[in-house]
Design a protein around this ligand. Structure first.
Ligand SMILES: [Zn+2]
Length: 179
């Protein structure tokens, strides 16, 4: 199989983020010295389309329930893994594991971006209100409160997966598979 020039590009993370945000192939092709067709194929085959759509929807609604949407996608992929594995369809099971890794990688990128945005917002708000450093603790507490219980749960589960999942196992709802 031919290597994807985007997947092997040194700026792949940046390119993925910008593709997800909806930057045009034409602009990215010029900026990163790659072809539009490479970007097109990469976006189609290597970035989960539904995730791209979900992110765009969220941006349009200016809402932060993206975590639960990604959680849904992860659950769907996990279901595919479980069904494939139980049905002895090892190749499909492996493919869904790969897909899960992509979901996580993208999720990490998006979370980092959202977090950076929020920190920036808080910094701007602070500067505008002329607050002192003494109030940083309050700001932090407020920052955590912005996340819903469901979002916190998802975040904890993702951290658990990222920290504990190996090549041979997958963690679904806190349960390690294969047992
Ligand atoms: Zn690719």
């Amino acid at each position: 199989m031919q290597h994807c020039k985007i997947c092997t590009h040194p700026n792949v993370k940046e390119i993925n983020e910008r593709l997800v945000k909806g930057d045009s192939n034409r602009i990215l092709a010029t900026e990163y010295g790659v072809t539009e067709s490479c970007l097109h194929r990469h976006k189609l085959k290597h970035i989960p389309q539904s995730l791209t759509k979900a992110f765009q929807e969220i941006v349009e609604k200016d809402s932060f329930d993206i975590m639960s949407k990604i959680d849904f996608l992860i659950k769907e992929t996990e279901d595919i893994y479980t069904v494939s594995r139980n049905g002895g369809r090892d190749l499909l099971a492996l493919k869904s594991l790969d897909s899960l890794r992509n979901h996580y990688q993208l999720l990490i990128n998006i979370s980092a971006q959202l977090h950076a945005n929020r920190v920036l917002e808080l910094e701007l708000l602070k500067a505008r209100n002329g607050e002192t450093d003494d109030e940083e603790k309050k700001e932090f507490e407020h920052n955590i409160k912005i996340l819903s219980t469901e979002e916190l749960k998802v975040l904890i589960r993702i951290q658990n997966k990222v920290n504990n999942q190996t090549d041979e196992t997958i963690i679904s709802d806190g349960i390690v598979m294969p047992e």
